[in-house]
Design a protein around this ligand. Structure first.
Ligand SMILES: Cc1cc2nc3c(=O)[nH]c(=O)nc-3n(C[C@H](O)[C@H](O)[C@H](O)COP(=O)(O)OP(=O)(O)OC[C@H]3O[C@@H](n4cnc5c(N)ncnc54)[C@H](O)[C@@H]3O)c2cc1C
Length: 467
């Protein structure tokens, strides 16, 4: 292939990289974009529909989100919805299900009703559903094995007629297809692994793969857990380490829930509580999960990446302290142990049943199975300076025409919002223009607000979507 020059190179063709390619192609005057992906197709890793929960995390039923975080996720989630509706992707890429958070027992019921008061201004469509209403909408959360009503008090806060579910791999493919329709030279290189990024002697960067060399004025690394791996190779983000948290699922043999059912988050736990979701790839059968297991690998179900994990963790006393702070919490220790049991062959279903029965009290062992081959890895970031785990996404803005993004959940929902943040930075850096009017018109609901500008430094962390 020889040498290739681009104005912008994006490393990684997951949902983050493809969303950025689309926005650059459609809303800026950047004329050449290269996307380099190491696997054989677009979005085969964490953005694949079998890897994640396929959810548009708006912030209305996720009780681990504060009101402030919900306002940010709502804005970016609506961008995905707007994009899909504009392209008529209903029931092909974006789907609608009823959704709710279920409170079980007096304490949780009180908590939910209080949360409803707080959040109903931001989400006016939310409704309160009592046991009687739930019998009609989601009967399996109400009745036990004998067909009697469960004894605990229950209430749900939920919504109907909202867009709730996305096949993020198909969405990624559509971003590339639509970007290619624009007046831009856009090239996608599959089966091409970026080995190194170096500063060019003249201007911009040299991106090297095994057989090729690429040049770019600006490089964005959207390579999931490998973003930090590549950043460390260049001496950036050395104050960060990556803690990969794998998530697995359990699948029912039939559709047992009509929509999404979320549980209330234990505030001491860093990861989302178990939920049940209709799987768009499995005819609406219910998928329970995700679990949360620390895994010494950067990629699930792929060979290797053990060594990459150790390199990206950069273990030292600060990482040890961050992990110690997590492990000294009794609830977190119990949670880690439980999630380990959820992966044990043969026994895992027995352990999982107890938790899943909080959602469906009548659930039986022969109704579900461990979803083999499903799930992915959330590249959680450890901040060494603060000796703590960051709960949301993180980026390193080097200020030198180079960005590294690490995107655990809800990174798929935030794809267009994150891309917007990077786009604004890129056009400013390269002296290009951005058609903001068209952008607002096509991707926002008129509730357009300006996100804080990222601060650039070798260490800087832009942790906008922070729990
Ligand atoms: C169990 C689980 C459930 C989740 N549920 C949800 C959900 O319901 N809703 C939601 O919004 N988010 C969810 N997430 C998070 C979401 O899946 C991720 O945030 C999102 O997929 C990240 O996309 P990405 O493009 O940044 O990374 P990825 O999808 O991981 O893509 C990175 C790409 O970079 C490529 N790459 C890596 N290294 C190189 C290299 N050296 N050279 C070239 N290419 C490279 C990879 O091959 C890959 O294609 C979930 C995640 C998990 C694990």
């Amino acid at each position: 292939m020889g040498v290739k020059n681009f104005e912008v190179i994006i490393v990684g063709a997951g949902i983050s990289g493809t969303a950025l390619a689309y926005e650059l192609a459609r809303y800026t005057d950047i004329k050449s974009i290269g996307i380099i992906e190491k696997y054989e197709d677009i979005a085969t890793l964490n953005s694949c529909a079998s890897s994640n929960s396929q959810t548009i995390h708006v912030g209305d039923i996720e009780t681990n989100y504060t009101l402030q975080k919900a306002a940010i996720t709502k804005r970016t989630a609506k961008m995905v919805e707007k994009y899909c509706l504009r392209h008529h992707y209903q029931n092909e890429i974006i789907f609608s299900h009823q959704k709710m958070t279920l409170g079980v027992g007096t304490k949780e019921v009180e908590f939910l009703l209080h949360r409803y008061e707080e959040f109903s201004e931001l989400f006016p469509y939310l409704e309160v559903w009592n046991k009687e209403k739930l019998k009609e909408l989601e009967p399996r959360v109400v009745f036990d094995e004998e067909g009697n009503e469960r004894k605990e008090e229950i209430v749900a806060i939920g919504a109907k007629n909202q867009w709730t579910t996305v096949d993020y791999q198909k969405l990624s493919i559509s971003f590339i297809q639509n970007a290619k329709k624009e007046n831009v030279e856009l090239e996608l290189f599959l089966n091409t692994k970026v080995e190194s990024i170096e500063k060019s002697k003249k201007r911009g960067y040299v991106v090297k793969t095994k057989n090729n060399t690429f040049y770019a004025d600006f490089v964005v690394v959207d390579a999931g857990a490998h973003s930090l791996f590549l950043a460390h190779k260049m001496g950036f983000g050395l104050n960060l380490g990556c803690l990969p948290i794998a998530g697995s699922f359990y699948m029912t043999n039939e559709k047992i829930l009509n929509g999404k059912v979320y549980m209330i988050q234990n505030p001491k736990l860093p990861f989302a509580a178990l939920h049940g979701d209709p799987d768009v790839l499995a005819g609406g059968n219910t998928r329970f999960g995700p679990t949360a297991l620390m895994l010494p690998k950067l990629e699930r179900y792929k060979k290797g990446t053990f060594l990459d994990f150790f390199k990206t963790l950069r273990f030292d006393k600060n990482i040890a302290m961050a992990l110690w702070k997590l492990l000294k919490e009794r609830d977190i220790r119990g949670y880690i142990f439980k999630n380990f049991l959820f992966e044990l062959p043969f026994f895992n279903k027995y352990f999982f049943l107890k938790d899943a029965r909080k959602i469906v009290p009548s659930l039986k062992l022969d109704e579900f199975r461990y979803a083999k081959g499903f799930g992915g890895v959330r590249p959680q970031v450890l901040n060494k300076d603060e000796q703590r785990l960051l709960l949301g996404e993180a980026s390193v803005y080097t200020g030198e025409g180079l960005i590294f993004n690490m995107t655990p959940s809800p990174g798929a929902t935030s794809c267009l919002g994150n891309a917007e943040r990077d786009l604004k930075y890129i056009v400013k850096y390269l002296g290009k223009s951005f058609d903001e009017t068209k952008f607002k018109d096509e991707l926002t609901d008129g509730d357009y607000c300006v996100l804080p500008e990222p601060i650039a430094s070798q260490k800087a962390i832009v942790n906008l979507i922070r729990a």
